[in-house]
Design a protein around this ligand. Sequence first.
Ligand code: G3P
Length: 219
Amino acid sequence: MKLFIDTANTEEIREAASWGVLSGVTTNPSLIAKEGKEFKSVVKEITEIADASPSNIASISAEVLSDDAEGMIAEAHELVKIHDVITIKVPMTEEGIKAVSILSKEGIKTNVTLIFSPNQALLAARAGASYVSPFVGRMDDIANDGAGLVAEIAEIFEIFGIETEIIAASIRTPKDVTECAKAGADIATIPYAVLKKMFRHPLTDKGIQQFKDDWAKVY
Ligand code: G3P
């Protein structure tokens, strides 16, 4: 499973990209608004960080805000001018799916977001989406099974040889990451704080201290 970071905060992206483990970045309107900066300038800054980093960042999702396919397509055409790694994030609606089917024929990468059922994922895949984003945490929030949704989508895509990649989104804990990997997600898009937690294990910290203490006793 590949690792993306789910943030529009450029400091977080810069640090995580420096580890060399990132394959992509996802943003959404809430995350962009949190930064309080102009949308396209944030997206451009993220592409510059990606270009300068040791990580192989092949996809940066930027979401469209129009309700109709025509508006989404016009926004997409502007966004892809920023950089060729830009992936157009489109909401799971009839108009969104219409836009995806046109953009995919134009060779523009798309990520269908706000996926909460296998049928929504199937519709998105058949429209030619590059990615579908099931929202794991928000499913769990309503006492549903987020990782189970990922597993169902992965099973269907496997049966029919569908190449659309599954991005497990709305990840809240390191355990979500492990469960989504086991469920067959191609990618997990992970908030910075959760990525940081993935490094940590008390026995690792204890072991490092022990090595240092033993060394210091002799040298
Ligand atoms: O990628 C979608 C994600 O940002 C949503 O996360 O925590 O708002 O459900 P959350």
